[in-house]
Design a protein around this ligand. Structure first.
Ligand SMILES: Cc1ncc(COP(=O)(O)O)c(C=O)c1O
Length: 343
């Protein structure tokens, strides 16, 4: 185990600040399972309003938000349309097929963003032996699309298509607030494009736990039942909801610093001969190395020995994620170390 001084492996590595911990210690609490926790109720009301939805539900994780949304929207044998590089397909232990019985049809999409026309091509015909297409799933921002932001007009066109076809639409908002800050589009405009949407508190917003799923009254009623069934209903959860309230007040606007740091890192990498890198839109930087002496794992290991953490995506690809526990000096040190190691 390495001790990372500069941990760019993920924005999930943030630790709750002293101020956030103080807010948690002072939280009013009650029995969340019975809707009696004032902090949870305040958090869900705020997130529902933020996303332009009637109600919201506090859940332990983003993975559970995706799974419960799919359980509500789909029946066993239904099909979900999602980008081939989505977190849903690669990193949720096959929850949608294993628990909801829904299969996923992947769309090949550059940076994870696909058009209404591509979705139309993926919808199954009404045939006795075909699965029923039920749901379109999109990620905002796209994690393995380099943190790309779905442009609002592309999303609106897709939403129009979904409505026309009577398909449900769901937004995985693990980094939704990065998209809001990065694009200047209000969260509720993204929310208006879908039937269900969630945002993660435990990534760029810096909370230790939690995500909030939002939708209509009926959707959230059904989602609450699934939360009970899956054992996700909690008790004095206000202690963690208070961290979410603190984050909404203090950690949203500052996401632009993470985006600036991501650009700063990409610019520094750009000047290294053996590295190719895109200009990041938000806080995720994917870059490729072409070096005869070492592969991505070996570079990550050499960096780890200097206390710098980076994610390995493939033999040649690495990922760096900026967040509130890494400042510009840390970014410069990480870039300089990569330059030095790659020679
Ligand atoms: C795009 C995306 N969706 C969903 C998740 C799952 O969120 P959680 O870790 O809160 O379960 C992640 C986590 O990295 C993610 O990046």
């Amino acid at each position: 185990m390495h001790d990372f001084r500069i941990d760019l492996r993920s924005d999930t590595k943030t630790r709750p600040s002293a101020e956030m911990r103080a807010a948690m210690a002072e939280a009013s609490v009650g029995d969340e399972q019975h809707d009696e926790d004032p902090s949870v109720n305040e958090l869900t009301a705020r997130v529902a309003a933020l996303l332009g939805k009637s109600r919201a539900l506090f859940l332990p994780s983003g993975t559970m938000c995706n799974l419960i949304a799919i359980l509500v929207h789909c029946r066993p044998g239904d099909e979900i349309i999602a980008a081939g590089n989505s977190h849903l397909i690669s990193s949720e232990s096959g929850g949608a097929p294993a628990i909801a019985g829904a299969q996923i049809r992947s769309v090949s999409a550059e940076r994870g963003i696909f058009s209404a026309m591509q979705a139309a091509a993926a919808v199954r015909p009404r045939k006795i032996n075909a699965p029923t297409t039920r749901l379109i799933h999109v990620e905002q921002t796209v994690n393995r699309g380099g943190g790309a932001i779905w442009p609002i007009d592309v999303l609106q066109e897709l939403a129009g298509f979904a409505r026309e076809q009577h398909l449900a639409m769901h937004i995985d908002g693990a980094r939704l607030m990065n998209a809001v800050v990065g694009s200047g589009v209000a969260a509720r405009e993204f929310g208006d494009c879908c039937d269900s949407v969630w945002l993660d508190l435990s990534k760029g917003l810096g909370c230790p736990i939690g995500a909030v799923l939002a939708g209509s009254e009926d959707f959230i009623y059904a989602a609450r039942r699934w939360k009970f069934r899956l054992g996700g209903a909690m008790r004095q959860a206000g202690v963690v909801a208070a961290a979410g309230l603190y984050a909404l007040d203090n950690n949203v606007e500052r996401l632009r610093i993470d985006h600036e740091n991501a650009r700063r890192f990409a610019e520094a990498l750009h000047s290294i001969d053996s590295v190719s890198v895109h200009t990041p839109e938000t806080n995720l930087v994917f870059f490729e190395i072409e070096c005869s002496r070492m592969n991505a794992s070996q570079l990550a290991e050499a960096l780890a020995r200097r206390g710098i953490g980076l994610g390995v995506e493939s033999r040649t690809m690495l990922r760096a994620v900026t967040h509130l526990d890494v400042n510009a000096a840390g970014i410069d040190e990480a870039a300089a170390a990569i330059s030095h190691i790659l020679g």
